[in-house]
Design a protein around this ligand. Sequence first.
Ligand code: MOS
Length: 743
Amino acid sequence: MSGKPKNELNYVGRPIVRVDAADKVCGAAKYINDIEFPDLLIGITIRSTRQRARILKMNVPMLPPDVTFVTTDDIPGENYVTLFNKDQPLLAKEVVNYLGEPIALLAGTDEDALRKLAAQIQIDYEDLPAIDSIEDALSGKLPPIYGDDNVFKSYGYIKGEPGNAFAESAFIFDDTFHTGYQEQAYLETQGVVAFPYRNGVKIVGSMQCPFYVQKGLSPALKLDPHDIVVEQAITGGAFGGKEEFPSLISGHAALLALKSGKPVKITYDRHEDISVTTKRHPSKSIRRIGFDKNHHITAMDIDFVLNGGAHSTLSQVVLARGALGSPGAYKCDNIRMLSRAVATNQLPSGAFRGFGAPQAFFAIEAQMNHAAYRMNIDPYSLRKKNILRLGDRTATGQLLKESVGLEKALDAVAERTNFTEKYNQYRVQLHNGQPLKGIGLATFFHGCGFTGKGEELIKATASVDYSNETGVLIRIATVDMGQGMNTVMRQIAADALALQIERVIVNIPNTAEVPNSGPTVASRTTMIVGGLICQCCADLLKQVGATAEKRDFAEKVNMSNIKILTATRDYRVPDDVVWDEDKFIGDAYPIYSWAAAVVEVTVDPVTFEVTVDKITAAHDIGKAINPVLVEGQIEGGSLQGLGYASIEVMTETGGRLNQASFTDYIIPTTLDTPEMETIILEETYSRGPFGAKGVGEQPLVGIPAAYVGAVENALGVEFGEIPLTPEIIHRRVHRERRENTNY
Ligand code: MOS
């Protein structure tokens, strides 16, 4: 498909209006809270009020007969949510490991009455000493939460001879970086309905991965996966927050539904949603980097730690992506890398757009900006000397054989913003009480699709059906969560078959009706699932003797007497993609997207308030199937990265979040949105559908370092943490002034 000349395409590459646009704009779209279920009960969750404790006794008052009460005694099978490990219970039994951990459930018709009953349920605890930080987790002083050492997962490698390389370096820099929590802040909070169905249960809800829910609950509900039917309802945003968490809330609703025999709905209000659902992993990076006298990187020493919270969830895969990102988009032959995800008595951390990469790229990119400043070279020139290009090998030894648009992206943003000139000018601006200008840069990548063997494990399958009456039906598990995936898939199939797009529809993601094409995560959907759809369409063409070049599918299908056609394809990892997970060597991803971003700011010299004047971002994402949707991903992701870097402060005290509403947890609004210029670069990928790679996560990844770099450029002071608030800037600048009278 990829070799097809552009002018033959009616839909791919064009800004086709999203199929769901009108319904969503008019309010006709039915989210889980809008769907009516007869005889519906409301479910609520009784949660731990302690950070780490033994449960001694639960004192339950007399309950009215129409109220359903569920504890671990009502779990038919094994008490865990299936993911990588079996450590997350559906409900806590003997111990609780975080404040807010679910212990019991109530369902009834009147939510207020349920809340009153819940308040009467007394739980006696014996408090245990809590592990409250990354440092606590690794100190070995407190009894571990997970395994012997509190480490959910660790990856590491030594490449080349870092010791010798550092010894021969002209410059060596040591830095430590910290990143905080980030809340996904999807528009629609978590919500599901479960009801008894055939031999088991049906679950309808707001989610990214219907098959994760099915698989996740089969052992706990002691049901065959086929007896757990899961269907995605229209979903109001997710950002990773609806990747693994819906399995837990679905399990709760299912337990209540199976016990009561009625449909049960659990939806969280914003306070509960922020308080108990997964967040982006906080991180700590301790790094050393060396350069030769010509500013080429000689060696890196990386210690990267993620705070995974009380249960492992997806921490191991989040860690893998972070570890792979931690050397950045640079050539370097000598690396010592150690990465760990650790257990603490805090909220379980989980999936969030970027998946470990934003933390890792903040550290390497901020360190590159610091190194540039200290070596008296500008950040653009330093990157020009070190970035990965076609024919280079990544840190894990992966040969970059095609589609490497990093240098184009770097040059594009630098030229468009006049980067070097402004950077050098702002570096020497007078601090005379006038607003200070700053400009910052970052270069980054995102591996498209699952890390390493992930795609092999999932065995993604997609089907495309054709009937003369109803046209093309795409059957995939991909969810549209607002990113426009239903529209993209229709564009791909319509052009692959040379049909009108109106003749193509996408099946609702329902586990009983569609094959498992994998979860809607990891910037994989357009490339992997879209690629399978292309292959299915090629099979359909073949079945009627048509070809893509002749655009004669409709004609041939009409001529034949065939009424119904179907094609199914499984994803196969290409033979030349080889990954050794234990050694962390080889082709970590089938292909990468590449990007560079520049952030320009004005800093108030008195209040240290930062105004972002402009973001310029260039992204090589292969063929842009729908350029307007791609632009939307870049703008939205950039803004989410900006919030993460600047105003989205989320802290905890004794395991309790100090921010649990949008009054306290501030995300950027349209009024905080700077001017944005997006540059789409299309270095096509030979195996992607029409040359497409991935775009969903990458835009967020590089913005934090570019933002912090801009503030540093304005003030001439270095920072090592995000979110970088005016308070932190103020403290740091005043310390600098005390220590350095020349400031
Ligand atoms: Mo995700 S963070 O939904 O890959």
